[in-house]
Design a protein around this ligand. Structure first.
Ligand SMILES: *Cc1c(COP(=O)(O)O)cnc(C)c1O
Length: 676
């Protein structure tokens, strides 16, 4: 049975009496109910509940935090020089839950009451993940407060089980008392569980006699046991998952995620998992961040979508300005789309058409690196260099030029890293010398080739590449879809070397991980190559229906605000160092060939033989097995072949980083036991 959170529309609306009443009625049905009043300011509500219900729990668990003055908890506790420790509340709650069927947790005051700095009653309820009962006055003036509370509880992502009205004084029922419950039921779209009449004496016997009509069916309807099973069955019946051999998928039961909070994902059974890959490299400040949530709720009420084809909209303008401000000087214009793949396709089309527009029509080829990954649409596959993903489509794609690029782990015989890596620059210059007049652009993932298995570049290569592009008048496209927005320790990877590309692609982390949005930024030079008379047909005829979506742009703006408010990048630096320390001992593992890290991007490459660097056969799915095992330790990660990828949200704490690396270490020792 699921525990419940009891809140009120105000203070003194009868929460404690309602809690007592529900508990008594449930007890009478043979249910073992416990109660908890985590925070109390003055009064004896918790004692009254514990004694009146004959509970034998440790009273420190029933009421872990008490202050003497009847004030808002943040003020009362500050004045009493006491602090409310939230994790202590959770410890108490855990102990109580273990000895009862369900717990009624009574809040303090109303829903938006501060318990401490930046922490409201609603935050506690949200972290507990409980269903909510709202206790409300019956008389005149209650509709507004009740509807506001219902709205706010739902905005916290929680379910309102129903409203209980409480008559706190003995007065004759007038029109409001008789009509309010129906009005609230209708406008709030909630069940009314009943009315607790004025009770001159509150004890179990009286309550059982006078509150028989309170509807408990909503509260204790046995939890549908098979909810997860049904979800899984429907998933298998209706969905086709990306990058997934569905034959394998059908043989196992997936986790079905229903909630998320901070750096955790929570499944339909209530299990909590640390999100070690930022939900595929997108989550930046943690899930359901209050600042982004609030910004989105407000935006949602203002403008859902309006096209940027022929019209402008406010969030997309604000964001474009901001993106130009925070990206390297020299990127002046923002072209929106909705995924990393489209942002790269746009970059490629812009580069190609730019040369056509200015009359250098022979410059048509795009150069990409070996092992590159720029997305899955055909245009981005054309400049992709990962055979496993790209080979089958060979006959569908346009022809691009591939530049060999060294694997940072496997140096050719007799050569040393990083020196040999610079050899690719000679190849590049050789290519440019021969045919730069046919090359439109050179596209790279700067510093980290993510999807290739976290291939990391030695310092200086990016700078040299940019210089060669300038020298031979080839446009330089940096795909920062994965590396952007703090991933590498700076806002953008190109900042590590002070490089300014002609075109930059952004997606993944741009909205903090909330909504699909992408941006392709270009220099004025490229933009001006498209400024012609309409009849010249030099317009960039490209646009996606959801281009500049106001909700997505608002999420992006809010995410950038969090970067500033929380000083995300400053706080990240010591955590990057700490992560390095945590990873170091893994090198001792017999099967760990290489550990590569740039900021919060990590690849741990597993090999069969460390001396020869012989890889595991890809069919062995070693990476998959290690990641599966890590779930046993409450951590979600995902591999790329034999490379275990760690891509924590930038908000991950040191303690959580330790949980993450401990899980990897344990999973490795279970999946690949080192023989003694
Ligand atoms: C993920 C990724 C893409 C593709 O982005 P989608 O949003 O999945 O289309 C492109 N480039 C890089 C470097 C990426 O990591």
């Amino acid at each position: 049975m699921k525990s419940l959170f009891i809140t009120g529309t105000d203070t003194d609306v009868g929460k404690t009496v309602a809690t007592f009443t529900i508990a008594s009625l449930l007890k009478n049905k043979g249910i073992d109910v416990g109660v908890m009043k985590p925070v109390q300011c003055a009064g004896d509500d918790a004692e009254f509940l514990a004694n009146g219900l004959d509970l034998k729990d440790d009273f420190n668990d029933v009421n872990p935090f008490y202050a003497d003055e009847p004030l808002s908890p943040n003020v009362a506790f500050a004045r009493a020089k006491k602090t409310i420790n939230i994790s202590k509340i959770f410890d108490s709650y855990k102990r109580l839950s273990a000895s009862h069927d369900l717990i009624l947790v009574e809040g303090a005051g109303g829903w938006m009451v501060p318990l401490k700095k930046d922490y409201l009653v609603s935050d506690l309820a949200r972290q507990m993940g409980l269903d909510v009962i709202i206790v409300s006055r019956l008389g005149l003036g209650t509709i507004n407060h009740t509807l506001l509370t219902i709205e706010q509880v739902r905005q916290s992502g929680l379910n309102v089980v129903g409203i209980i009205f409480s008559e706190t004084t003995k007065t004759k029922k007038g029109v409001p008392e008789l009509t309010n419950p129906d009005v609230i039921k209708q406008f709030g779209d909630v069940p009314v569980l009943g009315i607790i009449p004025y009770l001159s004496k509150v004890d179990q016997k009286t309550v059982l006699a006078k509150c028989k009509d309170i509807k408990l069916s909503n509260i204790v309807s046995p939890k549908k046991k098979s909810a997860t099973k049904t979800m899984i069955a429907d998933d298998k019946k209706y969905l086709w998952h990306p990058f997934t051999q569905m034959k394998d998928w059908l043989e196992e039961d997936p986790l079905v995620i229903k909630y998320a909070m901070d750096n955790y994902l929570i499944d339909t059974d209530g299990n909590k998992y640390l999100d070690g890959v930022s939900s595929l490299w997108v989550t930046v400040h943690g899930h359901c961040h209050p600042t982004i949530n609030k910004a989105l709720c407000t935006q949602l009420a203002q403008l859902d979508h309006s096209t940027t084809l022929g019209l402008a909209n406010t969030p997309s303008i604000e964001l474009a300005k901001k993106l130009v401000e925070i990206t390297p000087k020299g990127l002046d214009k923002v072209f929106y789309s909705d995924s990393g793949s489209t942002s790269v396709e746009i970059a490629v089309k812009l580069a190609y058409q730019y040369w056509q527009n200015i009359g250098k029509t022979k410059k048509t080829k795009i150069v990409h690196l070996a092992n590159s990954y720029h997305g899955d649409t055909l245009g981005s596959v054309s400049i992709g260099g990962i055979d496993l993903f790209h080979k089958v489509y060979r006959n569908l794609i346009f022809k691009a030029e591939k530049l060999n690029f060294p694997d940072c782990y496997r140096a050719p015989k007799g050569k040393e890293y990083p020196e040999y890596a610079f050899a690719c620059l000679e190849d590049f210059e050789h290519m440019l010398k021969k045919k730069s007049d046919t090359i439109a652009a050179f596209v790279v993932e700067p510093l980290v080739q993510g999807a290739a298995g976290m291939i990391m570049w030695p310092d200086g290569i990016l700078t040299k590449m940019a210089e060669l592009c300038t020298k031979y008048d080839v446009l330089f496209i940096c795909d920062e879809v994965a590396t952007g927005f703090g991933r590498t320790g700076k806002m953008f990877a190109v900042e590590h070397e002070g490089v300014v590309p002609d075109i930059m692609c952004l997606a993944k982390g741009i909205t903090g991980g909330y909504l699909p949005l992408a941006a392709t930024l270009t220099s004025n030079r490229i933009y001006e190559g498209f400024l012609h008379d309409y009849k010249d047909m030099k317009t960039f005829f490209h646009g996606h229906t959801y281009t500049g979506n106001p909700l997505a742009c608002r999420a992006a703006l809010a995410s950038l605000k969090v970067f500033e408010e929380e000083k995300t990048l400053n706080k990240l630096q010591p955590k990057i160092k700490y992560l390095k320390e945590l990873l170091a001992p893994l090198k001792k593992n017999k099967y760990v060939g290489s550990i590569r890290q740039k900021g919060f991007m990590v690849g741990i490459e597993l090999v069969k033989n460390k001396q020869t660097k012989q890889p595991f056969d890809w069919q062995d799915q070693i990476g998959v097995k290690v990641c599966r095992q890590a779930r046993e330790y409450g951590v979600i990660i995902r591999s790329l072949g034999n490379v275990i990828v760690l891509m924590p949200p930038l908000s991950m704490s040191k303690k959580e980083l330790k949980t993450l690396t401990d899980a990897v270490s344990k999973a490795l020792s279970v999946v690949l036991p080192t023989p003694v």
